[in-house]
Design a protein around this ligand. Structure first.
Ligand SMILES: C[S@@+](CC[C@H](N)C(=O)[O-])C[C@H]1O[C@@H](n2cnc3c(N)ncnc32)[C@H](O)[C@@H]1O
Length: 325
């Protein structure tokens, strides 16, 4: 009798487990489908933007000298942002970038393990260069960490914000980018003890700055942002996933969604966007797909190649044979 009961219980539990697995699979499939739908939806937006704006509004790109790559209003410059002479001063409408964070990432050319003081000095130099390149109504979306926890705590965002203001950039606001990357969490300090716990915010920030005037006066005056995007993105907490290093083949890419939002929110169609630390080219992919001109500066030739490759494969830039040099 006991044996029979036990068998029945085991059978019941197995059935319950099977049900659980099926439900989990169903949820995963549904989530995957939602992600695909979202991507397709974005693609449609991109394609519409391309048809309505790229072909009609892109104008001449101002570059002095020979770029690594140039097609349809997009240029990659294999150069050092600190010393480049290829971009005229006062020519950029929006700068979107994520500089090296000085967290010992192994980039090809750039040394990412300076002292904190050296890092702030490097930051001051390139921020000044970008200030000179921006138009008077130019804007700047600067993606940086909130703070630094490895190798000594540092208030990175506060320190860089101070430098931007010393250079002349004006502060507008800060967007919190919630990357949803909880798996990164490994260092707890003193576990379950008040002796020295570590508090880590799994977010990054996007500083919004401008050169002289916040109100845009130049450009096509044509915006392509829809009501929902405007409502969502003017809420200063942005939640979307980070990009996979492995998928992109670069040690620190940001997702195209980041420059895409900045571009649509802060520029007119046909404006010129600059990324002084181009990396794998995400900002140029977003620039092309939203009908803006784009310039990217990258010190490492392999990353220039990678960016060119992404422009061809992801943005299909070569399928628009309208070379408006
Ligand atoms: C954080 S990554 C940018 C990643 C980029 N947002 C993306 O989505 O791929 C910084 C990039 O800046 C480049 N870099 C570092 N120093 C530079 C310099 N002085 N001039 C131009 N590029 C530089 C590095 O090679 C690296 O690819």
């Amino acid at each position: 009798m006991k044996k029979k009961l036990l068998k029945k219980m085991i059978k019941k539990r197995k059935k319950k487990n099977r049900k659980k697995i099926i439900t989990k699979k169903l949820i995963l499939t549904r989530q995957k489908k939602q992600r695909i739908d979202k991507l397709e939806e974005q693609n449609i937006t991109y394609n519409t933007a391309m048809q309505t704006s790229v072909l009609t509004t892109q104008k001449e790109l101002e570059i002095k000298g020979k770029p690594f790559f140039r097609e349809n209003g997009i240029a990659i410059l294999h150069d050092d942002i600190l010393t480049t002479q290829l971009i005229p001063n006062n020519s950029i409408d929006l700068i979107v970038t994520s500089p090296p964070y000085n967290v010992d990432i192994h980039y090809g050319q750039h040394k990412d393990n300076m002292t904190y003081e050296e890092y702030l000095e490097f930051t001051r130099k390139w921020l000044k260069k970008c200030f000179d390149l921006a138009k008077d109504d130019g804007r700047f979306c600067l993606n940086i960490p909130l703070d630094k926890n490895k190798g000594g705590q540092q208030s990175v965002c506060a320190d860089i914000t101070t430098i931007t203001k010393q250079i002349g950039w004006k502060y507008h606001s800060t967007i919190i980018w919630n990357e949803q990357n909880i798996s990164k969490r490994t260092a707890w300090g003193s576990w379950l003890s008040a002796s020295a716990p570590y508090v880590i915010a799994p977010v990054e920030v996007i500083l919004i700055l401008y050169k002289k005037d916040w109100k845009k006066t130049g450009g096509s005056k044509k915006s392509d942002i829809d009501r929902k995007e405007f409502m969502d993105w003017t809420n200063g907490v942005w939640t979307f996933m980070g990009e996979s290093k492995k998928r992109i083949g670069h040690p620190a890419p940001f997702p195209v969604e980041l420059p895409r939002r900045c571009i649509k929110l802060f520029t007119f169609v046909g404006d010129t966007v600059l990324d002084p630390f181009l990396g794998s080219g995400s900002t140029l992919v977003a620039s092309f797909l939203t009908g803006r001109n784009g310039i990217g500066v990258e010190i490492d030739k392999n990353y220039c190649e990678l960016a060119k490759d992404r422009l061809t494969k992801e943005a299909k830039i070569d399928q628009f044979k309208l070379d408006l040099k």
